[in-house]
Design a protein around this ligand. Structure first.
Ligand SMILES: Cc1cc2nc3c(=O)[nH]c(=O)nc-3n(C[C@H](O)[C@H](O)[C@H](O)COP(=O)(O)O)c2cc1C
Length: 186
């Protein structure tokens, strides 16, 4: 069983990202191969980053747990909205606290947007950030456009197309996770 947490990058009032997080969690756990606890930045409520965790002897509450959860995971899924064609500050703020936790970490990115493009600009900006931290952002993407209509509150998809795309995303994530794990063992 692989442990692949889902980091929820939005803390906005009335946020819709949890719908996408519930959707991808259900799809991932339905494989029977993955356990996907949520790492929710709204719950962790990190203050604006004054210094990285590695340089702090007074880390804000929740940060050490977040660090451990990512470091000990087999891979990570990030669910993030696109804000102003880019990465939401809440997510970038959390990432900037961390670094070593992402070394050789396979990361799948699920983006959501209110508009028709599913957050692909956010994805394009997030990939080089993750690479800089030593992570391995997988090639498959899962942009979810018009999030208002795409998923119910419980994260249920209204049509088969999103489920098919989610399957391709999870297949690729599992493929990469398994290969990275086998190299780590040698
Ligand atoms: C500050 C802000 C900027 C946004 N910018 C974009 C954008 O550039 N493109 C887009 O398609 N949607 C944009 N939206 C719509 C969001 O993608 C949509 O509201 C989505 O639900 C946000 O995720 P959240 O509900 O988890 O915060 C923006 C929303 C906010 C609050």
């Amino acid at each position: 069983m692989w442990t692949i947490p889902i980091l929820i990058g939005s803390v906005r009032r009335g946020r819709q990202s949890p719908k996408a997080a519930r959707f991808i969690k259900t799809c991932m756990e339905a494989t029977g191969k993955i356990r996907s606890p949520f790492l929710d930045l709204l719950e962790i409520a990190l203050p604006v980053m004054e210094e990285r965790l590695s340089e702090r002897d007074d880390p804000p509450p929740g940060l050490a747990d977040l660090s451990r959860a990512i470091a000990s995971s087999d891979a990570l899924v990030i669910v993030t909205p696109e804000y102003n064609n880019g990465i939401p500050g809440s997510l970038k703020n959390a990432l900037d606290y961390l670094y070593d936790e992402f070394s050789h970490k396979p990361v799948g990115v699920v983006t959501i947007s209110g508009g028709p493009y599913g957050g692909v600009n956010c994805l394009a900006q997030l990939r080089p950030v993750l690479l800089t931290m030593g992570a391995y952002p997988i090639a498959e993407k899962l942009p979810i456009a018009k999030i208002d209509e795409a998923l119910s509150e419980e994260g249920i998809s209204r049509g088969p197309s999103l489920q098919n795309r989610a399957k391709a995303f999870i297949d690729e994530l599992l493929w990469v996770t398994e290969r990275f794990a086998s190299v780590r063992k040698t």
